[in-house]
Design a protein around this ligand. Structure first.
Ligand code: FAQ
Length: 330
């Protein structure tokens, strides 16, 4: 609604030339042309992208924390190597995404500052704790699985740098999803205690994963405009349904049961229908009252402070190079 209002204001307030420019822009989007950083774009389009891409980047960076917690406690060298690589991948995704947002004119420093000051959103899912090793399996299987479902359509997003970043990100997320599912499979084929641990992880991550797709369509503020701009290709509920349809058979293959007594397969359509989602919990987490919101921000602030010397050293090195290049050019 917000972006829609802004865009309407741009259309109606501007000159006939502005309206023509806007129509040309929309025609390019409708024709599936990619919009590139130096192309003209409506300010509301730019703001929407910065909002979404920066939230996405923050999610990747904060998303390193729940799993990072288990690197030192991974049950074998092989598991540790895979987890370490996965967490590093998430850091890399955050950096591509900050770079994509920078092409829209917002600096990484500004975005990081918004995160650390608590003004920015990041995905609700990362405010839940990782209590056992099975949570690492559940995150790979479910959280990366949900991320892939949401991000594959973003590879066709109208904004070129975001769409291109998503291609590599999705390839890496697919590997993450498989390693998570393999952890779950190993636990489910293990002792009764290991299987119970896997079921417990599914019980705790299932509903928060469904919330990752955002509020129901009836409450989504940005979906309509983002769809018109071909930033979003499917609605929140459509993607949530796709995720459930893909994941329920995977749970059954593991011998696990999603924690939803109302879950059933619609005989006519084949879709798995879920019971009510606790949207109050979602709103609480977004308002900063999830189980780990405070801990996550504290960890990011501490990491930023610890990294101050690296930023200072990099800036000093860049300055030295600039001075040397200037001296050589003179
Ligand atoms: N958490 O009108 P809509 C990952 C906000 S990456 C927090 O429906 P929109 C990889 C929304 O921003 C996971 N906030 O919004 C990984 C808006 O607030 P605003 C992140 C949420 O943009 C795996 C308001 O609610 N992925 O997992 C959430 O059309 C494992 C109204 O919502 C992305 O960011 C939420 N769950 O649709 C890393 C993908 N849902 O901005 C480590 C890109 C909604 O007005 C380990 N993002 N909100 O203040 C998107 O596709 C979209 O932004 C949606 C929301 C679908 C998230």
């Amino acid at each position: 609604m917000y972006t829609q209002a802004l865009n309407t204001a741009e259309t109606t307030r501007g000159t006939p030339e502005d309206a023509e420019r806007l129509a040309r822009f929309q025609a390019r989007v409708d024709a599936e042309e990619r919009i590139e950083p130096n192309d003209w774009m409506p300010e509301a389009y730019r703001r929407t992208l910065v909002r979404q891409i920066s939230q996405h980047a923050h999610s990747e960076i904060v998303g390193m924390l729940p799993e990072g917690n288990w690197i030192t406690r991974a049950p074998s060298l092989r598991r540790k190597a895979a987890l370490l690589a996965k967490v590093q991948d998430e850091g890399g995704h955050g950096l591509y995404l900050y770079a994509a947002a920078e092409t829209l004119g917002t600096s990484r420093e500004e975005l990081v500052d918004q995160l650390l000051s608590g003004r920015a959103k990041y995905s609700s899912i990362f405010n839940y704790p990782t209590l056992t090793w099975a949570d690492i399996g559940a995150i790979g299987w479910l959280v990366d699985g949900a991320a892939i479902m949401n991000q594959i359509p973003l590879c066709r997003c109208s904004y070129g740098p975001y769409a291109r970043a998503m291609i590599r990100v999705c390839k890496e997320e697919s590997f993450h999803q498989r390693q998570g599912y393999e952890i779950m499979l190993t636990l489910c084929r293990g002792t009764p205690e290991q299987k119970a641990m896997a079921q417990d992880a599914l019980n705790r991550w299932w509903w928060p994963c469904l919330m990752m797709f955002g509020p129901p369509d009836t409450e989504s503020q940005h979906s309509d405009q983002s769809t018109r701009w071909k930033i979003k290709r499917f609605s929140n509920d459509e993607l949530r349904q796709r995720f459930i349809d893909a994941t329920v058979p995977q749970a059954h293959y593991l011998g696990l049961t999603p924690p939803d007594p109302a879950l059933h397969q619609d005989a006519a359509t084949g879709h798995w229908r879920h019971g009510p989602i606790d949207w109050q919990e979602f709103r609480d987490v977004l308002a900063g009252h999830g189980p780990c919101n405070r801990e996550r921000l504290e960890a990011r602030r501490a990491a930023h402070a610890d990294g101050a010397w690296v930023r200072a050293a990099a800036a000093a090195h860049a300055e030295k190079r600039r001075a040397r290049d200037a001296a050589l050019a003179a």
